[in-house]
Design a protein around this ligand. Structure first.
Ligand code: COI
Length: 355
């Protein structure tokens, strides 16, 4: 990719590559050598640059620390057999970042800042993209307020950064989830669709309570009636009931518009899988688990990819799901998605960007 903006580059004097164990990658621990950074002030983005990864120095009155004006994204880079770096749907992450930013009164990031910053960062840190199957370079673009002011108003200054982290699987095993009918993650008119830091902070306590009971994550229900399944804490959720793929629509503004979700729905159509984008009620979910028509349940997300659900807790009862046969839809779609992401299969949708 050619850069259209001028990006100043300062390389690290000592790479962390030799100390990084690429054979035992988990999620979110290892951080690569460089960061992309740009600053917003006086109504414009300034000074795009790449710097050695380093801690930030923040004024204790920083607006993000107090009022949480911060949004982020998650996408992944893969290395194909020819050693090329492939990134999955960065254009979609760029658009979603700005949808989230708008909701949080954060100025939009121009496309060339996002795309060129990412391209330059990957060029510099391409050795950080793992080549081991199942591993990838997780890319985390984020924007946060940097005013040092305790009054409540949209900040006038921001930082846009992109950091990267070589990762393995987010969920190493199928997960157990609990249907949450007391706490709410989102409500119509709220910020549920935005990838805003505060949405994740608010979900920590309910998730921690479920984890203490032995569940990995929550299945959030709608904030008004708690009767419909919305999403999980780290991913969208899908069910295969009687041969039909069912997932909640994203039209209520309460659910994250997952890019993996969209990709799975697109591939499902190509794979002749019947799809229903509709709310599944908790009672319908329970009935399908009780009468054996529930064939598969799984989460979809950038970090989680396709995460199989092995158990669902509803209202005091644990329901185990059947073992997934190799030809289960979730396995076939994961295989197809991976083949596109790693450049092994043709990409008719223009999802893969080569660097
Ligand atoms: C992602 O899938 O990229 C996310 O942001 C989920 C996060 C909770 C790890």
């Amino acid at each position: 990719m050619n850069n259209t903006i001028e990006i100043q580059i300062t390389k690290t004097a000592s790479s962390k590559l030799p100390q990084t164990d690429f054979d035992n990658l988990t999620f979110g621990h290892a951080l690569s050598d460089h960061l992309f950074v740009a600053d917003y002030f006086q109504g414009e983005w300034h000074n795009p640059r790449i710097e050695p990864y380093a801690p930030l120095s923040l004024n204790p009155a920083n607006a993000t620390l107090h009022y949480g004006q911060s949004v982020f994204e998650g996408l992944k880079a893969y290395k194909n057999e020819a050693g090329e770096v492939l990134v999955f749907r960065p254009d979609a992450n760029f658009r979603r970042l700005n949808e989230s930013a708008k909701r949080m009164c954060i100025p939009e990031v121009p496309e060339e800042l996002f795309m060129d910053g990412l391209a330059k960062l990957l060029e510099l840190d391409r050795e950080w993209v793992p080549s081991k199957p199942g591993c990838s370079l997780y890319i985390r673009p984020f924007v946060f307020a940097t005013d040092d002011f305790l009054g409540i108003r949209p900040s006038q200054k921001y930082k846009f950064m992109i950091l990267t982290s070589p990762v393995g699987q987010y969920y190493a095993k199928p997960v157990a989830v609990k249907v949450e009918t007391h706490f709410s993650r989102a409500i119509e008119g709220g910020t549920g669709y935005a990838k805003a830091a505060g949405n994740y902070a608010g979900s920590l306590y309910p998730a921690m309570c479920a984890q203490k009971e032995g569940y990995d994550q929550l299945l959030w229900t709608d904030g008004k009636t708690h009767q419909h399944i919305e999403e999980s804490g780290t991913m969208n959720v899908m069910f295969v009931i009687n041969g039909t793929l069912i997932t909640a629509p994203t039209t209520t503004g309460t659910i994250l518009k997952g890019i993996t979700r969209d990709s799975v729905l697109t591939l499902a159509k190509e794979m002749d899988m019947p799809v229903q984008e509709r709310f599944l009620s908790v009672s319908e979910l329970k009935e399908a688990l009780e009468n054996g028509t529930m064939q598969e349940a799984f989460g979809t997300g950038t970090a989680a990819t396709i995460a199989h659900i092995r158990l669902i807790h509803i209202d005091g009862n644990d329901y185990s799901l059947p073992e997934k046969p190799r030809d289960a839809f979730s396995n076939r779609v994961l295989h197809k998605l991976d083949a596109i992401k790693y450049g092994k299969e043709k990409d008719p949708y223009g999802w893969v960007y080569r660097y």
